[in-house]
Structure formats: C-alpha cells, structure tokens
Design a protein around this ligand. Structure first.
Ligand SMILES: *[C@@H]1O[C@H](CO)[C@@H](O)[C@H](O)[C@H]1NC(C)=O
Ligand SMILES: *[C@@H]1O[C@H](CO)[C@@H](O)[C@H](O)[C@H]1NC(C)=O
Ligand SMILES: *[C@@H]1O[C@H](CO)[C@@H](O)[C@H](O)[C@H]1NC(C)=O
Ligand SMILES: *[C@@H]1O[C@H](CO)[C@@H](O)[C@H](O)[C@H]1NC(C)=O
Ligand SMILES: CC(=O)N[C@H]1CO[C@H](CO)[C@@H](O)[C@@H]1O
Length: 578
C-alpha cells in the first residue's frame, strides 16, 4: 500500500521526462553559461568547462562568416579571444570581460538574446561596450546546435574605437605617422606576418618569407569593418589568432589566397543562404518534417497554434495525464483496501456496505493526507518567501491529491451528511480559486495561503484513526482515548490554521484587500468561515462519539461497539469527520 505514493511519483516522473523540450528556465541557465564562457574563454579552451557547443554546430557571425562544427566554432568563439588577451600589444579585437543581458526571449528550443559585452583594451586601459544579438537553437542535450550572431553597430564600434587606439599602436610600432589607415594597415601586417612566420612553416607555409608577407599585407586593403569574411587585411587579422591551434587549417586563411574564409562573397547569396542544420524558427507544427508532409499549409498553421498554446490552470481543452492516472490509482487503492479488509477483518465483513465504504475511505484519507502533509512540510519554506520550483510543484501535487481524494470520496461513499459535503465542496472550491488567481496574477504569496489552507485538510489523521478503530471494534478504552484526543487535536489545529490563514492574508496579500481585487478576499473569508463551521461541527461529532464509547464502557449491558452496531451506524453517518 505504501508503494502507492511511490508509483504515483514514478508515473509523474515518466510523464515529465517524456517531454522533448526542457522548461524555459533551463534555456535561461544555458544562455547564462554560454555568456559566462564567452567572457571567460580560457576555461573552455583548456577544457575546465565543457563546450556549450554541439558536435555539429553551425554558427554564423554577420561581420565574418559561417563556421561549421564544434572545433572550428570553439576556436572562433573562444580561442580567438584567449589568444588576443595573451598578446601584449594593442589588439583590434578586445577581450570580453563582462556582460549584461539586454533582451531575452525563450521559446524552447530557441532563444533570442542580446548581450552587451564590455570589451577590454588593456594597453589603453579602457573598456568599450559591444552589443551582440544572437538567435540560438539548442539540441536535446542543451548544447548550441545553431547560432546566428549579429554584432550590432560593429562598423560604428570600429569607427569609434580607431582614433582611440591608433596613438598607442603608433607608439608600439615606433611610427611617427598619425594617419589611422596607415597605422591600422601596418599593425595588421605586422601581427599577421608574425604569426605566419612563426606557425605557418613546412607544409603549411603560405608566404615565401616574412618580407613577402609584409609586402602582401601592406598592399592589400584593410577593408570595411563589416567585411570580416572578405578578401582583405581585416579578415586575415581576425584569423591570425587561430593559426597556432591548427596551422594546417588556418594558415591558408591568413595567406594570399584567404583559403575558404577570406574570399569574395556575394551579398544576395549570403543573405538568402540558410546554413543551419537546426531551424531557428521556434514555432513549428511538428518536430519531424515527414510527419507534416501531407498536411495543407493552413492546417500546419493550426498545428503551430496547438503546439504553442500556453496551458493555464484553467484551460478547458487540456488533458491532465497525472490527474487521470491519480483518479485511477484512487480506484485501485480502494479495491486493494476492500480486499484486505474483507480478508482480515471480521467486523468489516459484517457491517453494512455504507460503513464498509466509510471504513475504506478512512484508510484512504489516512494514506493520502500523510503523503500530502509530507509534501507540504517539505515545501513549507514558501511561507517565508523561500519559493522554489520544487516547492511550488509539491504544493500543486498536494492540491491535486486532496481535491482528487475528496471527489473520489463524494462518489464512492453511499451517503454523506451535508456538513461533510459542504466541507469537501468548500475545500475544492478554495483550491480552485487560489490556483486560478495564482495562474493569472502570479502573486507568489498565494502559494503560502494555499499551503496554510491545505494544512486544514492534512492534519486530521488522528480523526481517521479514531473512526477506523471505532468502526473495526478496536479496544473500547483505546478507541475512546484516541477519539477524545482526535477531537481536541483537530479542533485546535483547524482553529490555529484558520487564524494563521487570516493573519497571512492580512500581511502578505495586501493587493487583494482593495476594491479592484477584493473578490479573492471576500471568497477567502466566506470560505474560511464556512469551513470553520463544518470543522467545529466535525470536532464536536468526534467528541460526542468518544463520550458515547465511554458510556458503553461504563455500562456493562450493551457491549461497546459490537451488538449495538445498527444504532451506532446512525451516529456514524454524522460522524465521518468534521
Ligand atoms: C583553465 O582556465 C581557467 C580560467 O582562466 C582557470 O581558472 C583554470 O585554472 C584553468 N584550468 C586548467 C586546467 O588550466
Ligand atoms: C620599437 O623600438 C623598440 C626600442 O626602440 C624596439 O624594442 C621594438 O622592437 C621596436 N618595435 C618595432 C615594431 O619595430
Ligand atoms: C592616410 O593614408 C592613406 C593611405 O596611405 C591615404 O590614402 C590617405 O589619404 C591618408 N589620409 C590622410 C588624412 O592623410
Ligand atoms: C519545422 O521542423 C522541421 C523538422 O525539424 C523542419 O524541417 C522545418 O524546416 C521546420 N519548419 C520551420 C518553419 O522552421
Ligand atoms: C548532421 C548534419 O546535418 N550536419 C550538417 C550541418 O550543416 C553543415 C553545413 O550546412 C553540413 O556540412 C553538415 O553535414
């Protein structure tokens, strides 16, 4: 029987992990890790943090070009900056040092993000901001599978930067020139040829000599800032930092031919080309193109609408698998308890079907409320504003456990007195109310209110134990004591939690006190009062039952809960609880 909460949680887990995409929050974290790695690239290069890029990533940077595969992308996204930072001379490309997120949209598995990076230029002791806009697609392992990056205002950045760095560059080059074009060309030639002479040797040699390199590099145009992927000095300058990693791949890029990187490019082709393996369009009718082969366009649009629907707690056309499975489990649980009672309890076999069903529900109440109470206790930090994803989930599960149990009870029991029915209706209504308001207002304190309210339903196990003992003819003395105790305990707890709820509402739900949002407050107070009334009645009934057992005990004639059962039954009808 204790396997039951376990089964439920296993099934819930299966349902949860079966979903293809992660929660949006996982993408926020992945973006943060990526941005952190970008501002601390050496940790990716030396392998101390795993690359955020997938094996077959395809990346494109508007001012340069498209890069295919993890190794190449790692070199350009991280290696370029590690090498730049290790140089002692002024670099045209600064080192990312910190970032702020300016815009962010998550639509799993895609993210659009705009980061403002502070690029460090240590030789002039300055930081300049550069905004980078990225469209990113993640794969199932939360690795970047496609990214399309735009260096916003790069031309403007470069134009702004140039006059600030050229004086320092002139000093480093021992040049007396003040002509920026000349100085930048000199600088580019100097740095590229240094790398080429040092690393592009043997089979990888691309220039006849350092002089030949300088000759070529000082005569080729530097190019415009946005031409980082074209046949010019700027493109070769960008690629110089990678030469050290894989000379065989990168030397051609800085050589006279430009390899497959620094070449003439066609604007129209560049603009129309879509080099990515994974789509960057988040809204899609299906994960698999084959599945939608025969679906007309219009219906594909409808499928997108279905796939992107946000499910609220009040959405009607929504099938809650966990809820349905839970209702089935309640049914199975009832059958299992019936089986064991029938097998092992003489009293059960001889009692009326009404009382049999009542007894079964006491056991179910006991099991479910213990589970619910445990979940609530674990999530109790929400009462102190310590909200967590897990706590919110546990509270919703608790609400489901209790609501489902009550509905099952309403249908399973042969008859129910109105106080108990009122109690169940009010409790379910309160849960529905709080969850609906929570889903529309996202006021987190509603979680706390729900937690306190649910305690009223999950701290009356002693009552179920007492009633069960009574019903199953357990020792009269013990039965009486447990019933007395249950009456007092449940009364105190319910009163306590009702007072706590009102206090909590007064303190934390101020926004619902005003005339606009007053509905919740009115309903909350009405429901609390109604529930209190049924609960006072319930505690009174349990107390009365205890007194009755006491009377039987002191009166030798009719034996305690045995012979006078049909009479007890009437009393019990009122009793069940509350
Ligand atoms: C890798 O680089 C990071 C950041 O610079 C550094 O903190 C870490 O110690 C390095 N790890 C190794 C193994 O070199
Ligand atoms: C500039 O001059 C200094 C010393 O005069 C020398 O060490 C350095 O190598 C020169 N730099 C270049 C790029 O010629
Ligand atoms: C700077 O040098 C370039 C190339 O040598 C030349 O075309 C340009 O006119 C010069 N600019 C100024 C302001 O002297
Ligand atoms: C939808 O997904 C399929 C399969 O991944 C892909 O082939 C197709 O291009 C996507 N559609 C859009 C509009 O991105
Ligand atoms: C796995 C896969 O489809 N990889 C392809 C990704 O895109 C690049 C370039 O567009 C191809 O070269 C890969 O084969």
């Amino acid at each position: 029987m204790f396997a039951y909460p376990l089964t439920l949680s296993v099934i819930l887990q299966l349902v949860l992990t079966a979903s293809a995409y992660r929660q949006p929050y996982a993408y926020l974290q992945a973006i943060q890790s990526f941005a952190d790695a970008f501002t601390n690239p050496s940790s990716v290069i030396n392998g101390s943090i795993a690359s955020p890029l997938a094996e077959d990533v395809v990346g494109r940077i508007d001012v340069t070009t498209t890069f295919v595969g993890q190794e190449l992308n790692t070199e350009y996204l991280f290696g370029l900056f590690v090498e730049g930072a290790s140089e002692t001379s002024t670099q045209l490309i600064g080192s990312p040092s910190s970032y702020t997120t300016q815009s962010l949209v998550v639509e799993p598995p895609n993210v659009a993000v705009s980061l403002v990076n502070q690029l460090h230029y240590p030789t002039i002791n300055s930081y300049f901001p550069l905004q980078i806009d990225l469209f990113i697609a993640f794969d199932d392992d939360m690795k970047i599978i496609s990214y399309d990056a735009i260096l916003r205002r790069w031309s403007e950045f470069f134009t702004y930067l140039t006059p600030l760095i050229v004086p320092q560059i002139a000093t480093e080059l021992n040049s007396t020139s003040t002509n920026s074009t000349e100085l930048i060309t000199m600088k580019t030639a100097n740095d590229v040829c240094e790398m080429s002479t040092q690393y592009c040797t043997g089979e990888n040699q691309v220039y006849d000599s350092n002089d030949a390199c300088m000759e070529f590099m000082t005569n080729i145009e530097f190019g415009n800032p946005w031409e980082g992927g074209m046949d010019n000095g700027w493109c070769r300058y960008i690629h110089k930092n990678m030469v050290k990693y894989r000379p065989e791949v990168h030397c051609p890029h800085i050589g006279p031919t430009g390899g497959d990187m620094c070449i003439a490019r066609d604007y129209v082709q560049l603009t129309e080309d879509m080099p990515f393996n994974a789509t960057l369009i988040a809204y899609n009718a299906s994960y698999n193109a084959l599945d939608i082969k025969n679906v007309p366009d219009h219906n594909q649009d409808e499928l997108v609408e279905i796939a992107t629907e946000i499910v609220y707690m009040t959405t009607v056309a929504f099938y809650s698998v966990s809820c349905v499975i839970y209702m089935l489990l309640l049914y199975v649980l009832a059958k299992v308890i019936e089986f064991f009672f029938y097998r092992y309890s003489m009293s059960y076999r001889t009692m009326s079907i009404t009382n049999q069903r009542n007894s079964v529900t006491y056991v179910m109440d006991l099991l479910v409320t213990i589970t619910a109470l445990a979940l609530q206790l674990v999530s109790s930090p929400v009462l102190n504003n310590r909200y967590t994803f897990a706590a919110s989930g546990m509270l919703k599960v608790t609400a489901l456990l209790i609501s489902g149990l009550y509905i099952f009870e309403l249908t399973y029991r042969i008859s129910m007195r109105w106080p108990l029915m009122t109690h169940h209706f009010c409790t379910i209504f309160a849960i529905v109310l709080l969850l609906s308001v929570l889903s529309y207002t996202r006021h987190p304190a509603l979680m706390g209110a729900g937690e306190i309210w649910l305690f009223q339903a999950t701290t009356e196990q002693s009552v179920f134990v007492g009633l069960l003992m009574y019903r199953l003819d357990y020792s009269p003395r013990w039965t009486r004591d447990v019933l007395y105790l249950a009456a007092i305990q449940s009364f105190i707890f319910k009163l306590g939690f009702a007072a706590y709820l009102l206090g909590f509402w007064a303190q934390h739900l101020v926004q619902f006190h005003s005339s606009d949002d007053i509905a919740l407050s009115v309903l909350l107070v009405v429901l609390t009062v109604l529930l209190m009334a049924t609960q006072v009645y319930g505690a009174g009934a349990v107390w009365g039952l205890a007194k009755k057992v006491n009377r039987f005990m002191n009166d030798p004639l009719p034996s305690p809960a045995g012979s006078d059962k049909s009479h007890d039954t009437l009393v019990f009808e009122e009793l069940h609880k509350h």
